[in-house]
Write a protein that binds this ligand. Structure first.
Ligand SMILES: NC(=O)c1ccc[n+]([C@@H]2O[C@H](COP(=O)([O-])OP(=O)(O)OC[C@H]3O[C@@H](n4cnc5c(N)ncnc54)[C@H](OP(=O)(O)O)[C@@H]3O)[C@@H](O)[C@H]2O)c1
Length: 229
């Protein structure tokens, strides 16, 4: 059965030693202004962005499009000013007081039936999507199919490593943008772009490098996934 789903692009910044945050999992603010502009560009090109609860808990906010030219482009393209911001979490144990819930965006929640209970009668999320596997985990593939039916064609995946790993394992990622930033964070438990159980080399997703940009001290790598064995 062919399952339709949005085209998915992961966008992450990492240290030169491959960490997306330090060992205390503080919000990753080590990218330059160029990296922030790059991220804003990717967000402006998306119909929706998806991130894990760990990412939301770390930042307390999400990045919105503020560049006037990007906003203009969205208007001309007949799109809402901001893409939809979708957070995924099984438990949905999020603090309703965080600034994310005041940001001028559409917020959707992708969760389990248990996770939905607290938020169902509250105003914070415009949509609550429950897609569960038989094991009570979130059925990300079914959720993406649903997003596609709602007109979400381009989906930016903004991390973190757990969400990216779960989607890579299911062959649900099409492209990656990785920014290599000039610092070393180290730390065995500091998060990386792909967490999860990991892949053995024979089974590892293979990438095609489609673009490399250097801006000052940062390198922007653009990959396409060519095969998940
Ligand atoms: N450098 C960068 O570009 C960048 C970008 C984003 C984040 N970060 C950093 O990354 C760290 C967070 O990464 P992370 O790996 O801990 O977190 P994450 O993937 O953002 O969040 C993990 C949590 O998200 C939910 N989740 C993720 N995948 C799921 C799935 N397939 N199904 C259901 N729920 C899922 C679960 O929430 P529940 O436990 O609530 O069920 C899980 O515990 C932070 O330190 C942040 O600063 C860096």
């Amino acid at each position: 059965m062919v399952r339709y789903r949005p085209y998915t692009t992961v966008v992450l910044a990492m240290s030169a030693d491959g960490k997306i945050a330090d060992v205390t999992r503080s919000p990753a603010r080590f990218g330059s202004k160029s990296d922030k502009a790059h991220l804003e560009n990717r967000i402006a090109a998306a119909d929706a962005v998806l991130f894990g609860a760990g990412t939301l808990r770390a930042y307390g906010t999400t990045l919105t499009v503020t560049n006037p030219q990007l906003l203009q482009n969205r208007i001309q393209g007949g799109k809402p000013l901001q893409p939809v911001h979708i957070v995924t979490t099984e438990a949905a144990n999020l603090n309703p007081e965080i600034r994310f819930f005041q940001q001028p965006i559409q917020r959707w929640l992708l969760t389990t039936s248990t996770g939905a209970v607290f938020w169902q009668k509250r105003p914070e999320f415009e949509q609550i999507m429950v897609f569960e596997t038989e094991e009570g985990k979130i059925d990300v593939a079914a959720a993406l199919e649903h997003l596609s039916k709602l007109g979400i064609a381009q989906l930016a995946i903004l991390g973190g490593g757990e969400l990216v790993a779960s989607m890579l394992e299911l062959d649900l990622i099409d492209e990656l943008w990785l920014t290599i930033c000039p610092l070393i964070l180290g730390g065995a438990t500091a998060p990386t772009p792909v967490e999860g159980k990991g892949f053995l080399p024979q089974l590892a997703p293979r990438l095609q490098l489609i673009e490399v940009d250097r801006v000052d001290q940062e390198v922007f790598l653009h990959y396409r996934i060519v095969s998940v064995i």
